[in-house]
Design a protein around this ligand. Structure first.
Ligand code: FEO
Length: 405
């Protein structure tokens, strides 16, 4: 059955997609830009009983309810499974209850006070625990807790008969989906060069999603991956982005690598600048890295949203931060960025600081101190240079040489 946009919503005979694509929101969570939009995924499992898994963002009530109504073909919805209470997936709990007054909410104890707090709902809730099962007819759902991936109440729901994991935010990605929801037919909305390999299109947005939304919780993601290692998974239905079928192993490997803070050889150059001198030093470093064939990304922290630089901190094994000295301190955009790296508990990185000053240098020394607290390996003591940039003051060739090793 097709929806208004003719997208194929049939995941399998029993599983239907009832989520929505958001092309209107510009900034997600008030922090992160959405150049390719985002999807809020929700699914129906249709058996003798019907279970709805998660809902969607508040602004999409009418579209979401129409999707559910269309796919249920006049039948009622028996259960609402709440895997995660963040409002992009839980805002429509009240609307679903209004549409299906007999629906039973199925969730864990940690979500119960959140449901009360957000919706004032305290009745008709079935509280389940780790490993519990919910029979639907020929099939049944089971539940596994994955706390702090990335909220305390987060859990996943497993449909054993289809080896399908409804994973909540885990394995999700920024980027609205066009063409279809399954990864064999899905494309990243706005991506010009459509690829037969959907994972390639979503790759950077998945890393940006992980690093900014989940990044702090590497340890709990690792615990979740270990718990799920014994579960046979042939399909992952997350709450953002494509349904993974062809690329299950790829997305699990990506999450494993990111949550271990493993990175490829390369440099994230993130600079801030007041009058262009630290910017020139950053560009000189980029040019020297390019000459040596070292991968790098160059980010201006004064003009870009920080989420892109955080993405590349997770992608590359070396961080180079440029900051002029300001008020005998680190120039604020670079301080904010470095603070965010600490907040994400990033580890196992090489580090290099650089920046200009006029009468007394402080930023490089202070950035080095923050990096040492983070356990980073300093490539050198950094490069603090007075007044204007010149190649003589900034020997980035030597720095790039060290970074290439
Ligand atoms: Fe997509 Fe944690 O909500």
């Amino acid at each position: 059955m097709k929806n208004d946009t003719d997208m194929n919503t049939k995941i399998s005979e029993r599983i239907r997609y009832v989520g929505v694509n958001d092309h209107e929101k510009v900034i997600f969570e008030g922090l992160w830009p959405l150049p390719f939009g985002v999807s809020y995924n929700s699914y129906l499992v249709i058996d003798e009983k019907i279970a709805l898994i998660d809902t969607a963002e508040a602004a999409f009530s009418a579209e979401f309810l129409a999707n559910v109504k269309r796919e249920t073909r006049g039948r009622s919805v028996d259960y609402l499974i709440v895997n995660h209470m963040e409002p992009d997936h839980s805002s429509l709990i009240s609307d679903i209850r209004d549409a299906y007054p007999d629906i039973k909410i199925v969730t864990n104890a940690k979500a119960v006070p959140m449901i009360k707090g957000y919706h004032g709902i305290t009745d008709n809730i079935l509280v389940i625990r780790e490993g519990d099962t919910l029979p639907l007819g020929e099939t049944s759902l089971s539940f596994h807790m994955i706390p702090m991936v990335h909220w305390p109440e987060t859990m996943v729901t497993y449909l054993a008969e289809e080896k399908t994991l409804f994973s909540g935010d885990a394995f999700g990605t920024f980027g609205a989906v066009d063409g279809g929801i399954r990864d064999t037919e899905a494309h990243l909305c706005g991506w010009l060069d459509k690829s037969p390999d959907c994972f390639t299109e979503f790759s950077d947005e998945m890393t940006r999603y992980y690093s900014n939304i989940v990044g702090k919780y590497g340890q709990t993601v690792q615990a979740a991956l270990k718990k799920l290692a014994g579960v046979e998974i042939e399909r992952i239905c997350s709450t953002h982005g494509p349904v993974w079928e062809k690329h299950v192993a790829d997305v699990v490997a990506r999450y494993d690598r990111l949550s271990r803070y493993e990175a490829e050889r390369g440099v994230c150059i993130a600079y801030s600048t007041m009058y262009g001198n630290t910017a020139k030093a950053a560009k000189s470093l980029a040019a020297e890295l390019a000459k040596r064939g070292v991968k790098y990304a160059l980010h201006n922290l004064c003009t870009e949203n920080l989420s892109y630089a955080y993405r590349d901190v997770f992608k590359y094994d070396t961080i180079a931060i440029g900051a002029p000295t300001y008020n005998n301190d680190i120039f604020p955009p670079a301080y904010t960025f470095m603070y965010g790296i600490g907040a994400r508990l990033v580890k196992n990185r090489r580090f290099f600081a650089f920046g200009s000053y006029t009468w007394a240098g402080a930023s490089v020394r202070l950035l080095d101190e923050m990096a040492k607290k983070q356990g980073f390996e300093l490539i050198s003591d950094g490069l603090s240079f007075p007044q204007g940039y010149s190649p003589e003051k900034c020997d980035m060739a030597s720095v790039a040489e060290l970074m290439s090793r």
